[in-house]
Design a protein around this ligand. Structure first.
Ligand code: E4P
Length: 221
């Protein structure tokens, strides 16, 4: 399972990248709006820091303008994946970009049919937003199950990128289903890392070791 970070925060990206946990990044206009500074500079910096795929989203809504933006974004770095919204013009842009060898991530996917169409147009990734479906009273994870099954049945090589993840259990479920990628807000990655029994266990080990040191002055390991 690949882990992408769903953020435009350079501090978070550096922090988790230094731990070797970041296989890629997804950003979107909302995430960029939360950061201070020039968004274009931030995107360039993310692309420079992270080795893996970095999804940068177009903000145009016509195929012609999306293509212009895609070509500009692609100049930020070889690892840029152009994020395109799941609308008819978006699919047209995806097809053209695929023919030019530019990878795309089709975003705002909320149904298996949309995922199939994005894959057929040539998307490298589809991003179903499971948290937003859960919020709307639908079972987001069922959508992941459907898409993974359909892509498997027909050997689509499009990656299922599970997006809008709200808690660590979403990650476990997505992994059990076999989705290729999860994209996580940094706080979810932090939650995945910790467990109260780890903290309790470590503090017991350290306090027991203090006793050992008292009994063995000058002990070094
Ligand atoms: C994915 O690429 C999106 O940026 C993201 O996962 C959206 O999640 P949200 O529903 O938490 O905004």
């Amino acid at each position: 399972m690949k882990i992408f970070l769903d953020t435009a925060s350079l501090d978070s990206i550096k922090k988790y990248n230094d731990m070797g946990l970041v296989d890629g990044i997804t950003t979107n206009p909302t995430l960029l709006s939360k950061e201070k500074g020039n968004p274009a500079e931030i995107m360039r910096e993310i692309v420079r820091i992270v080795q893996g795929p970095v999804s940068l989203e177009v903000v145009a809504t016509t195929a012609a303008e999306m293509l212009e933006e895609a070509h500009r974004l692609k100049k930020y770095g070889k690892n840029v994946v152009v994020k395109i919204p799941m609308i008819p013009d978006g699919l047209k842009a995806v097809k053209k970009l695929k023919s030019e060898g530019i990878e795309t991530n089709v975003t705002l996917v909320f149904s298996a049919n949309q995922a199939v169409l994005a894959a057929k147009a040539g998307a490298a990734y589809v991003s179903p937003f499971i948290g937003r479906l859960d919020d709307a009273g639908q079972d987001g994870m069922s959508l992941i199950r459907e898409i993974v099954q359909i892509f498997k049945n027909y050997q689509f090589d499009t990656n299922v990128l599970v997006a809008s993840i709200r808690h660590p259990l979403h990650v476990v479920e997505a992994g059990k289903i076999g989705a290729q990628v999860v994209t996580l807000p940094p706080d979810i990655l932090g939650k995945m890392m910790s467990h109260p029994l780890t903290d309790k266990g470590l503090s017991a080990f350290l306090s027991d070791w203090e006793k050992v040191k008292k009994e063995n002055p000058g002990l070094k390991i």
